[in-house]
Design a protein around this ligand. Structure first.
Ligand SMILES: *Cc1c(COP(=O)(O)O)cnc(C)c1O
Length: 400
């Protein structure tokens, strides 16, 4: 009996990709081997994070980096670092800034999303600029850089920017406005890999801190992420995250990671302590990051395409139209869109999605386009056997 069966669970066929609620990305064998080996010995965590910082710096071009408990934790730590700087009193007070020091982060209204809770959790107050005029059909313009500048005031601590291929205004423009007022920019780029080029190009805009997920396309442990950027801010983030139960006299962090000479004492556990990361997770994330950065996963793309074509062949005769779409970037995975003729089938795409989840084996397809009557098959977790089982279930549900 498998570990999940023993707990009364049936493993599913995940055709939704690296989503957190279904367990994230599949870890390659090399990553699992690194995890396993790292678990067998102990090292001081601040030295391990300092080593991770060097690897992350090399891969991203940032000055420094930290392995965090997911991109959301990276956002909390990044916001905390911006709010406190190296001020030990502020670190102690977070998330309560209470008018004692600047706590506002300016953000485009159209970039607000559920993950910005992670930034607010550190104590930041979000101040929105711009409108949703296009969505409201009430105008033609999106948020503009001058609106950030106009919102900056003595209470401003920094800027939050959620990166996507069509986010506006361009990050570089926002960075220029912020830096003119010596304000740092924190970027949520959690899901913006691939393209691999984003590992370097986002930091290259001058952004001060960037958060990536480790458990999405990088294929590291699901509960990992990366915070990379300015050395002083990454150091401040590390201080509010690592286990601080040591004596100042003995505390000996690598200077290029945390410059001890800047501190009059050793802070106590910080606001990020709840998002701790283990040695195994750090080592495994670094193994995955190196593979991702070297393009090691690109060779899977053709076999995924072949599997999706095979599903299309199996669905000939079903009440659905299949389209193979390449995701936005050349090195992204192909996706299969299955457009359902709801009237002919006598069932909605929501019904089909529900029945696939409830069937045997349970199949979870992408649900982002259900209102347009489309199922999306993401091949990331499919092997030949799972693809075959999924094709069979789709056939059963899509044949009237
Ligand atoms: C996935 C995602 C996150 C959260 O990342 P985790 O690594 O799961 O913590 C944050 N922001 C955006 C935009 C995301 O897509």
């Amino acid at each position: 009996m498998g570990v999940y069966e023993e707990l009364g669970l049936t493993p599913i066929i995940n055709a939704s990709g690296a989503v957190t609620r279904l367990g994230g990305a599949p870890m390659p064998a090399e990553v699992l081997a690194a995890f396993h080996e790292a678990a067998g010995q102990c090292v001081p965590l601040e030295r391990l994070q300092a080593a991770a910082s060097r690897v992350i710096a090399e891969v991203t071009g940032a000055e420094a980096g930290l392995v965090t408990a997911g991109a959301a934790a990276a956002l909390t730590l990044g916001a905390a670092a911006i709010l406190s700087g190296n001020d030990l009193r502020r670190m102690e007070l977070l998330p309560h800034c209470d008018g004692l020091f600047p706590d506002e982060f300016v953000v485009a209204r159209e970039q607000r999303n559920g993950y910005d809770h992670a930034v607010r959790a550190a104590g930041a107050k979000l101040v929105e600029v711009g409108f949703h005029e296009i969505v409201a059909n009430a105008g033609v313009r999106r948020v503009e850089a001058w609106e950030f500048e106009a919102a900056f005031c003595p209470r401003t601590a920094g800027v939050l920017y959620v990166f996507s291929p069509d986010s506006q205004p361009p990050l570089a423009e926002v960075v220029a406005k912020a830096h003119a007022r010596e304000l740092p920019v924190l970027v949520d780029a959690a899901g913006e890999l691939p393209p691999r080029a984003n590992l370097k190009s986002i930091i290259a805009t001058g952004a001060d801190l960037v958060a990536f997920s480790g458990g999405k396309a990088i294929r590291g442990p699901q509960a990992t992420g990366i915070l990379c950027g300015r050395r002083d801010l990454v150091g401040a983030a590390a201080l509010q995250f690592l286990d601080m139960d040591d004596h100042f006299e003995l505390w000996d962090p690598p200077t290029e990671f945390i410059d001890k000479s800047r501190f009059a004492g050793l802070p106590r556990h910080g606001i990020g302590r709840g998002g701790k990361v283990s040695k195994e997770q750090i080592v495994a994330l670094l193994a995955a990051l190196r593979m991702f950065a070297a393009g090691a996963f690109n060779q899977d793309i053709e076999s995924h395409r072949r599997r999706l074509r095979r599903i299309i062949e199996r669905l000939v005769g079903a009440t659905a139209k299949c389209t193979l779409v390449d995701s936005r970037y050349g090195e992204g995975l192909p996706l299969l869109e299955v457009a359902i003729d709801e009237a002919a089938l006598g069932r909605t795409a929501f019904d089909v999605c529900r029945r696939l989840r409830d069937g045997s084996p349970p199949c979870y397809v992408g649900h982002g386009q259900l209102r347009a009557a489309k199922l999306v098959v993401n091949p990331l977790h499919l092997d030949d056997e799972r693809a075959e089982k999924l094709a069979k279930r789709l056939c059963e549900e899509l044949t009237p």
